[in-house]
Design a binder for this molecule. Structure first.
Ligand code: MG
Length: 437
């Protein structure tokens, strides 16, 4: 018999008090507490986060697990704190809107629970495979206020000082608890926007994309700042704006950090299948490995290959020398250090640029498997095929990716070419339309 699927690629996530209830959190806590002796727990500023956090703590301690609560923190702060416990628990829904909440579980090395670990938890919840301990063995509960300071100190050991002027938009997320103070201590002049954590996310949507950062783009120009930095709701992600007020795309960020991490050393860099060949071409000499889309898959890829760096264009930058968890706080400090040497707009201009074209086509979820089979047969003869997540074909002049959406009844074509992207796109479009008939 199959069991209920709770975890997605980003942990357990859904609408608070409807899909993600205190009862569910209690069960996750009981199951987790039956398997781990110690845990550290934190939360982002979501309105529902304390409710879910307390249910998790009740479950874990009831099963005999000692729990340390570190309060309102960023996800990378929690993942870093997890190094001293058997596991870490973060109550967050990352970049999702206010009504969402979620539970994400971490290993001591900063790696999120992988699919096998998640399935074990799902199955144990379904089977009620947990135990309650007698009263005198109930797990100890402690609060610890030192996690943010420890995370900051780790970063300060690795990143140099800077006196740049930075506008920082925390989006009312958890980043407001750490990044403004860290950048100040590194010597920056910091102008904050939305640095007060507020689970209603009143200022902007939590996702740090071009569309949501209009306030930051304007402020960077108005204040004459050297750069702008933005986080998502739990600050594992980080995106930037150059000194001219232009949003730096995810592919550009991936390449800029990659150049810095790879300079002077040979190594592997891990990126998802939909990443621009801008990254390949600006990191010549490094081996580029592609994974499924999702920061967890990138982190797993980094661990498997022993890579020196990896990331996802949505704003997740992973530096395995500190953690397998994307760390938007460390990335912010690192970017300031990089921009100290050269303007962000100049760093962007150095990157190769190629035309891309994207489009989505409606496709019923139950037809996706059959559709992808047809598309694969047609695309396979055209070049080097990668089929870990959709079908990606690499040709002489560029590449095309046909990928079913994981959340919507759609399939997407992405094409990128050194010249004449329309040619590649139209070829793929014809194949997709035929397969949809
Ligand atoms: Mg996030």
């Amino acid at each position: 018999m199959g069991y209920m699927k709770l975890f997605g690629s980003s942990g357990i996530r859904g609408i608070a008090n409807k899909e993600i209830t205190p009862e569910l959190a209690l069960n996750v806590g009981l199951v987790l507490g039956s398997r781990k002796k110690t845990a550290v727990i934190g939360r982002d500023p979501r309105v529902s986060a304390p409710m879910i956090e307390h249910a998790l703590i009740a479950g874990m301690t009831a099963a005999g697990c000692a729990v340390t609560e570190i309060g309102l923190v960023s996800t990378p702060t929690l993942a870093y704190a997890a190094r001293e416990y058997e596991c870490g628990v973060m109550v967050t829904a990352s970049h999702n809107p206010s009504e969402y909440v979620g539970i994400k579980l971490w290993n001591p090395d900063g790696m999120a629970f992988d699919s096998a670990q998640q399935e074990e938890i799902e199955k144990a919840i379904e089977d009620k495979d947990f135990s309650r301990v007698p009263w005198n063995l109930i797990g100890k509960f402690e609060e610890d206020g030192s996690a943010i300071r420890a995370h900051m100190n780790m970063i300060k050991k690795l990143v140099g000082n800077s006196s740049l002027k930075v506008v920082l938009d925390c989006g009312c997320g958890a980043g407001g608890t750490i990044t403004p103070y860290l950048l100040q201590e590194l010597g920056c002049e910091v102008i904050t926007l939305n640095a007060q954590p507020d689970g209603h996310f009143p200022a902007r949507k939590p996702e740090p994309n071009d569309e949501n950062l209009s306030m930051l783009k304007k402020a960077v120009v108005d204040f004459g700042a050297n750069l702008g930095i933005a986080h998502d709701g739990d600050a594992d992600r980080m995106m930037a704006v150059d000194e001219k007020g232009n949003f730096v795309s995810g592919d550009e960020m991936l390449a800029i950090f990659g150049r810095y991490e790879c300079s002077g050393r040979k190594g592997t860099v891990v990126v998802p299948v939909d990443t621009s060949m801008m990254v390949d071409d600006s990191l010549q000499g490094s081996e580029i490995v592609r994974t499924r889309v999702g920061d967890v898959y990138v982190a797993e890829g980094i661990k498997q290959c022993g890579a020196i760096y990896g990331g996802e264009p949505s704003g997740s930058w992973i530096f395995p020398k500190i953690s397998y968890c994307p760390d938007g706080i460390y990335a912010a400090a690192k970017l300031v250090e990089i921009v100290k040497e050269k303007k962000l707009s100049e760093l962007r201009e150095e990157l190769p640029r190629y035309a891309t074209k994207r489009e989505a086509f409606p496709c019923a979820n139950e037809k996706k498997t059959e559709f992808m089979k047809k598309v694969k047969a047609k695309l396979e003869p055209l070049g080097k095929v990668l089929d870990i997540d959709g079908i990606r074909v690499e040709m002489e002049n560029g590449w095309v990716l046909v990928r079913p959406s994981g959340t919507e009844a759609k399939v997407r074509i992405t094409a990128e070419a050194r010249e004449n992207v329309d040619e590649i796109f139209e070829m793929a479009e014809k194949i997709v339309k035929e397969a949809l008939e």
